[in-house]
Design a protein around this ligand. Structure first.
Ligand SMILES: [Zn+2]
Length: 403
């Protein structure tokens, strides 16, 4: 024992000396241990099991704690502006460290510049950690396939990372079946979404959702559910809902501008939505959904002259409307009753003008597959300045899917 601790002490002194000489920073044993545990003892790039050495302590350093950004200025993947101060700061930051086998470590550090950019390593590192979480979670409360729907018609940044949805699922006690699948909808040419666009969207969503769900179900049987989050145009999100269908168990998530996919307030009480029936008359009914914003009645009149307006909405519409999953359930339950009322008042399709969060658009689509045989004609804002423009008949999409 005495000799080995002496050896370590000598090693430490040597390391200190070399740090002073080369500017190379040392990672503490405490941090190294955290990196080992977090990686579950496997190389984060090739998956090699390094645990045997760890347990026997025969050759502990077979597994190497590697830096994404280097331990010294001028090291691999360090940019020109990367300084000794950066190195000192990041060398004990576990988010900058990964566990590698010697071969992979050599590969990434000796490969030509740019072959292993730091971002690429960070992605693979995150992927490895998410896999471990999935594998380690033993709660079988719920188990789900997961799909992210991303539209491309917003100028603002509109992405949801797979790891974000995974974290949101874990928080709800749902074990993700595998890395969530991102479906990136087609580009919108000249701002026009035509029938062809919606046909393509329907096909893409159908393939992705059916495939993910059937794989999860083949592993987990009827216990499988499907988790979905989206950032896309409202009609496309409604289509995603029709593909999901109302009978399938689902967990719908929504992006809040502040808290992203985390629910802002788990304890917030379910809202009571305010609904007004349309005036008596003969014109078509325009259903105005004011949840994330209030749609000016004139905007509806411009797009649908002579329509009789019915409204359903939050007492105070806001982009931060959804506080937790109870809000989605309340929307679904209360809207379903209201739609049944409206359907008795007209035989014509109901025109829909919606300012609603993504999760509600998905729920609206799912509701249509339940007992609503009625036609729903969806309008959405388009062009500059934006006006409401007819987009599609949701029940036509449904019929096409059934065919
Ligand atoms: Zn490896």
């Amino acid at each position: 024992m005495a000799t080995s601790s002496k050896k370590i002490a000598t090693k430490k002194a040597a390391a200190k000396k070399s740090a002073a000489k080369t500017g190379r920073q040392n990672t503490s044993n405490k941090t190294k241990l955290e990196v080992w545990i977090r990686a579950a003892g496997h190389c984060e790039l090739c998956g090699k099991d390094l645990m045997l050495e760890f347990v026997s302590l025969k050759n502990l350093y077979e597994g190497e704690v590697a830096h994404i950004f280097p331990a010294a200025a001028g090291g691999p993947r360090g940019s020109k502006t990367y300084t000794a101060i950066d190195a000192a700061r990041l060398t004990n930051d576990p988010s900058n460290l990964m566990l590698l086998c010697p071969n992979c470590h050599k590969d990434i550090d000796k490969s030509p510049d740019g072959t292993y950019p730091a971002e690429d390593l960070t992605d693979r590192h995150q992927g490895h950690l998410e896999h471990i979480k999935v594998a380690a979670m033993t709660s079988h409360n719920d188990f789900g396939a997961a799909v992210i729907v991303l539209g491309r018609h917003f100028s603002t940044q509109n992405s949801i990372e797979p790891s974000e949805l995974q974290r949101a699922m874990f928080a709800e006690g749902i074990r993700p079946h595998r890395i969530p699948r991102q479906v990136v909808l087609p580009e919108i040419i000249d701002g026009k979404r035509d029938a062809h666009y919606y046909q393509t969207v329907t096909g893409m969503l159908r393939r992705a959702i059916e495939q993910e769900f059937s794989v999860a179900r083949s592993d987990m049987g009827d216990g499988a559910l499907i988790a979905i989050a989206g950032l896309a145009d409202i009609p496309s999100l409604m289509i995603a809902g029709t593909v999901l269908g109302d009978r399938r168990r689902r967990a719908v998530f929504s992006v809040d501008r502040g808290t992203r996919l985390r629910w802002p307030d788990l304890k917030a009480a379910r809202p009571h939505y305010v609904a007004t029936l349309p005036p008596e008359g003969d014109g078509p009914i325009a259903l105005v959904l004011n949840i994330s914003a209030t749609i000016p009645p004139d905007d509806v009149r411009d797009a649908a002259p002579g329509a009789r307006m019915a409204t359903f909405g939050a007492p105070t519409p806001s982009f931060h409307h959804i506080q937790n999953s109870g809000f989605i359930a309340a929307f679904r339950e209360q809207l379903q009753v209201f739609l049944s009322d409206l359907e008795t008042m007209t035989k014509e399709p109901i025109l829909v003008f919606a300012a609603i969060p993504a999760a509600f658009a998905i729920e609206f689509g799912a509701l249509q597959t339940m007992n609503h045989q009625h036609g729903y004609r969806i309008y959405d804002r388009a062009g500059k300045p934006s006006t409401f423009v007819y987009q599609l008949d949701l029940n036509d999409e449904l019929k096409e899917m059934a065919a």
